[in-house]
Design a protein around this ligand. Structure first.
Ligand code: NAD
Ligand code: MG
Length: 385
């Protein structure tokens, strides 16, 4: 029996993870499930899996959680600190599926345990990549990437001979506005932006896919996870989302991972690794697919790609600032407070205005993140005024 903790158990990735582990109740024992405030879903999942502990990050939701789980074996807790404490309880396998930098401290707590930590939650790797990787090395934790592109690269990458890798090809669907004009993009609503053509995901990452900031964050994530220079990571549009990424070797062989656009595939890879496990998805039908298309991304309509690459190359605090400003701007867009094109404009502006020393500790990253959020919030208010 492997003990499992899911941080962000009620979201899109969390639900996919639960789906897989609930298919094999003899193999997995659920330790902890956490959510922000979605008590109904959290309590239902805790009941089904007979979880030891259920935690809400928003303390105001604790009374409801306590009531929903009364009479069960599941203990309950609430508050940000309780999530971090829960992540610090040992589990053999932890899924980090909280959205945004809110997942950073819980992920760090899980890593300190030295088990297997699966990071779907990409924002901590972007903001605090070096700190997260150093903590994993120190604790002897195994970090596995669940983001579909990074999981694909992980499956194809020859870690014994990284110098034989010529390029990493990070594929991108292009999101819902791949073919939209700049004028159309100026007027898009949150409802249009979250309607991704291929993937069903949480609101924040769906907006990131629409601006292509998601691919920008993934570029930085790839540079953290795989030992190749950043100028050898290329982004290629591939609207069908069948090839999840590829590794090009010096001899001309390119290895790619293909699969259905369902997060249960990369999550299953991380659950079973280094073994393989069956999943309920229909096998990929290449004949039915018929064709796969590729194109170069448009850096003019998608400035987030340029901003993310510049932040990666600048290093230091820039990726943390990029991520924090983006989180604030996306939240403001989702709340109908700013326009779609203002998301990247705000990120760019905060990057220009704030240039702190490189953060070398977790606390320093958290301070940069907070300052960048403050500046981005000010810019949002200026846009709204
Ligand atoms: P989601 O919005 O569907 O779920 C987020 C989860 O985090 C929920 O359980 C929510 O309750 C919890 N949460 C939200 N705010 C919190 C806070 N402040 N403190 C503690 N918990 C909080 O998001 P998602 O689509 O599942 O994405 C989760 C992460 O995985 C993101 O970082 C995203 O970029 C990454 N990711 C998602 C997908 C996908 O297909 N959805 C693919 C690759 C990577
Ligand atoms: Mg991805």
């Amino acid at each position: 029996m492997r003990s499992v903790t899911i941080l962000g158990a009620t979201g899109s990735v969390g639900t996919s993870t639960l789906d897989l582990i609930e298919r094999e109740p003899d193999r997995y024992r659920v330790r902890t499930l956490t959510a922000n405030c979605d008590v109904a879903r959290l309590a239902a999942a805790a009941r089904r899996t007979r979880a030891e502990l259920a935690v809400v990050a928003d303390e105001r939701c604790l009374p409801d959680l306590r009531e929903a789980l009364a009479g069960t074996e599941t203990s309950v807790a609430g508050g940000r600190a309780a999530v971090i404490e829960a992540a610090a309880l040992h589990a053999d396998w932890t899924m980090g599926a909280i959205v945004g930098c809110a997942g950073l401290e819980p992920a760090m707590a899980a890593i300190a345990n030295g088990g297997t930590v699966v990071l779907a939650n990409k924002e901590p790797l972007v903001s605090a990549g070096e700190v997260v990787l150093a903590a994993a090395a120190k604790a002897g934790a195994t970090l596995l990437p669940a983001d579909s592109e990074h999981n694909a690269i992980f499956q194809c990458f020859d870690f014994d001979r990284p110098e034989r890798v010529r390029r990493i090809i990070l594929t991108a669907s292009g999101g819902p506005f791949r073919q939209a004009t700049a004028e159309e993009m100026r007027r898009v609503t949150p409802e249009q932006a979250v309607a991704h053509p291929n993937w069903s995901m949480g609101a924040k990452i769906s907006v990131d896919s629409a601006t292509m900031m998601n691919k920008g964050l993934e570029l930085i994530e790839a540079a953290r996870l795989f030992p190749v220079p950043s100028d050898r990571i290329e982004i290629v549009l591939h609207p069908q989302s069948v090839i999840h990424s590829a590794v090009d070797y010096v001899d001309g062989s390119m290895l790619a991972q293909l699969g259905p656009s369902d997060m249960r595939v990369p999550i299953a890879h991380c659950l079973a690794w280094p073994d393989r496990m069956p999943t309920p998805m229909a096998p990929l039908d290449l004949v039915a697919l018929g064709r796969l298309d590729f194109a170069a991304p448009d850096p003019v309509r998608f400035p987030a790609l340029r901003l993310a690459r510049a932040a990666l190359e600048a290093g230091g605090a820039a990726p943390a600032i990029l991520n924090a400003a983006n989180e604030i701007a996306v939240a403001a867009f989702l709340a109908h407070r700013i326009g779609f094109l203002e998301i990247a404009a705000i990120v760019e502006d905060v990057l220009h205005r704030y240039d702190p020393a490189p953060p070398e500790t977790l606390d320093a990253v958290i301070a940069v993140d907070a300052e960048a959020r403050g500046l981005a919030t000010q810019r949002v208010e200026e846009c709204v005024a």
